[in-house]
Structures are given as structure tokens and as C-alpha cells.
Design a protein. Structure first.
Length: 256
């Protein structure tokens, strides 16, 4: 077990360096492309006074947003590999829990989902808050799944089910936006479809990984196999989104 944990610690350090390097490259090479966050407001009784035209509240720059979710992952992997902290991390893994993972995901995955939503044309601040809230709820239910199941008693699947319900909400909102955009115009560019379908598949792969852990299917009877699964999926999802966004809207002289 000690050798396996040693390899996991080395893996976390390598992933910290890889995520951080990507964040630095994105920041160094990106243009200043931004997307608006908007709001439309009442100026009288609802249903009587029409809602005004959307106003831009602020511009969200995509380069720093992409770097942010990469740096959050880098920080997570670095912290759990630090002297002293890695013992806490390993003890938690022995209980089938990784608190640090869910803290990081609640921030990084939410930034990722918001970025995807905005690329499809969702800009209303209230809609974005709702999407963020649903995604954070999904992550917290993932943490609750681990907290309420010690992998000895019969598994309580309720947190997993609730997490799936919360987690699908942002994707339904994004899909609705895409469908309406196609119905009322030309729809989003091709790269947005690539981002939507690829990241949707990867996000769902996290749920599959947890399902395999708690169903104790094959090698997933060992919690560390699932932990490596989370590490690989996180790297893949973050790297794919980062470079798809970079290549299509953040590359200098790129016209989105």
C-alpha cells in the first residue's frame, strides 16, 4: 500500500505541474476576448411594465477564467502532496473519502460549466447564478455520497441520485439555449458543439467512475483505482476545454 500511495503522491505532483504549466501558457498566449454578463430589470409592477432590454453588467475575460480552473486543479494536487497534508489525504482515501477533491471541483467544475454556458449565448446573470448553484449542488452531493458510505454498510444511493438530478440541470439549460439558437438563427459555431458534447460525456464519466466504485465492479473494488480515475478524468476534461477555447477564441488574431 505504501508504494501505491507513493506513486499517487508523485502523480499528484506531476498533475499540479501540468495544470499550472497549461494555465501559464493560456495566460501568456491568450488575447483579451471576453463575453458579457447581462441583466434585464423591471421598472414597475411585474406583468404591467415590460422588462427593459438587457444591459451589460460586466465583461468576463475568458483567458483568466480558463487559467483559473487550471490553477485550482494545480493547487488541489499540490496541497494533497505536501508534507504532512499528504498523510491526511491518504487517511481519507483509506476511508473512501477525498474532501479536497470535492472542494476543488465545486469551484473549478463550476467555472467550466459557466464558461460552456456563456459560449452558447447564456449571459443573463440570474441564469448563470442558477447554473452555478445547480453544479455546486451536484458536487456537494458527490461529497455527501462518500461521507454517508463507508464502503462496508449497504450503499445509500440517495446522494448519488440527487447529485445526478442536480447535475443534469445546467446541461438541460445549455442544450435548450443551443436548440433555440438553431431554431431562431444559424446556431452556435461548430466548436461549441464539440465542447458541449465532449464535456458532457466527460462530466458524466465522473458519475460513472463513482458508480463503479460503489458497485465495486472489478478493479473499482479498490478505492485507489477510482481515485486515479478521477485524476485522469479531471486532467482530460480541463485540458480539453482549455485548449478548445484557446484554439477557437483565445488565440491571437482569432475571429470567433
Amino acid at each position: 500500500m505504501d508504494e501505491r500511495l507513493r506513486r499517487l503522491r508523485i502523480g499528484n505532483l506531476a498533475l499540479a505541474a501540468l495544470h499550472a504549466a497549461q494555465a501559464v501558457l493560456i495566460l501568456a498566449l491568450s488575447n483579451d476576448f471576453s463575453l458579457p454578463v447581462t441583466g434585464a430589470f423591471l421598472d414597475g409592477p411585474p406583468g404591467v411594465t415590460p422588462i427593459g432590454d438587457p444591459e451589460t453588467l460586466w465583461e468576463a475575460r475568458l483567458g483568466p477564467a480558463v487559467a483559473a480552473f487550471l490553477l485550482l486543479a494545480a493547487l488541489d494536487h499540490l496541497v494533497v502532496a505536501l508534507p504532512g497534508v499528504h498523510r491526511w489525504y491518504e487517511r481519507n482515501l483509506g476511508r473512501g473519502v477525498n474532501v479536497a477533491r470535492w472542494i476543488e471541483y465545486s469551484l473549478s467544475a463550476t467555472i467550466m460549466v459557466l464558461l460552456i454556458a456563456m459560449l452558447t449565448g447564456i449571459s443573463d446573470v440570474a441564469a448563470l447564478i442558477g447554473i452555478a448553484g445547480a453544479n455546486v449542488a451536484m458536487i456537494l452531493f458527490g461529497h455527501l455520497m462518500e461521507r454517508t458510505n463507508d464502503r462496508v454498510r449497504p450503499t445509500d444511493w440517495l446522494p448519488f441520485v440527487y447529485g445526478c438530478v442536480a447535475g443534469i440541470v445546467p446541461w438541460v439549460a445549455i442544450a435548450t439555449q443551443i436548440v433555440l439558437s438553431v431554431d431562431r438563427g444559424d446556431g452556435p459555431p461548430t466548436f461549441v458543439y464539440v465542447i458541449f458534447f465532449s464535456l458532457f460525456a466527460l462530466f458524466n464519466s465522473f458519475a460513472v467512475n463513482q458508480w463503479l466504485q460503489y458497485r465495486k465492479v472489478g478493479r473499482w473494488r479498490d478505492y485507489l483505482v477510482g481515485e486515479w480515475g478521477y485524476l485522469v478524468l479531471s486532467l482530460t476534461a480541463k485540458s480539453l476545454l482549455a485548449w478548445l477555447v484557446f484554439a477557437n477564441v483565445l488565440l491571437e488574431n482569432t475571429t470567433p
